[in-house]
Design a protein around this ligand. Structure first.
Ligand code: SF4
Length: 179
């Protein structure tokens, strides 16, 4: 299920240029879920194409994982004003679209706090849960959720870089194992 092009289910509709739908291999079984589209994503209508996307692409390339082999998406499909975090209500309104994107996934990777808030209801420090495998129910189906750091956090934090790199490596190994 995709949002209609005129979706007005939450207030984020008022500031968007484009609804940003997932990219990559939608049948891959492995998904990376970020927070929300930023300015570049809103203009191009594609997820993770701005500064954070470049960091993610570089780390994926270094770990031998081409982004076209996984699903790349966000908790909400429209850009929040001034790049603020999406609210609980906005994420809830968009959740049925996210659930639909993730319905065939065996592994869902949450990039940063908003994804963990939306999928796990977790509000604590990323360091407490990063790279743990947590069983969650998404769209009525049990799935493995791996929380990790958002690429933007990797600019200044060595811990975040190591954590995200470890998750990308795990995703690549899962893809290669093909189970
Ligand atoms: S963020 Fe999601 S629910 Fe809100 S208007 Fe955009 S597509 Fe619709």
């Amino acid at each position: 299920m995709r949002p209609p092009t005129d979706c007005m289910l939450c207030p984020l509709c008022s500031g968007r240029t484009n609804i940003v739908l997932p990219s990559g291999d939608l049948s891959s079984g492995i998904a990376f879920v970020g927070e929300a589209p930023g300015e570049s994503e809103d203009l191009q209508g594609r997820p993770f194409v701005g500064r954070s996307g470049k960091i993610l692409d570089k780390m994926m390339a270094e770990e031998g994982l081409d982004r076209s082999r996984v699903i790349i998406t966000n908790t909400v499909k429209c850009r929040p004003p001034k790049n603020r975090d999406p609210t609980k209500e906005e994420m809830a309104a968009c959740r049925k679209f996210l659930d639909s994107e993730l319905s065939q996934c065996r592994i869902v990777i949450g990039l940063g706090k908003s994804a963990c808030r939306d999928i796990l209801g977790y509000e604590g420090r990323m360091g407490e849960i990063a790279n743990k495998r947590i069983s969650v129910v998404i769209g009525g189906k049990e799935t493995v959720f791996i929380p990790t750091y958002h690429p933007a956090a990797c600019i200044y934090s060595k811990e975040a870089r190591a954590g995200l790199r470890e998750t990308i490596r795990a995703a690549r190994e899962e893809l290669e194992a093909g189970h």
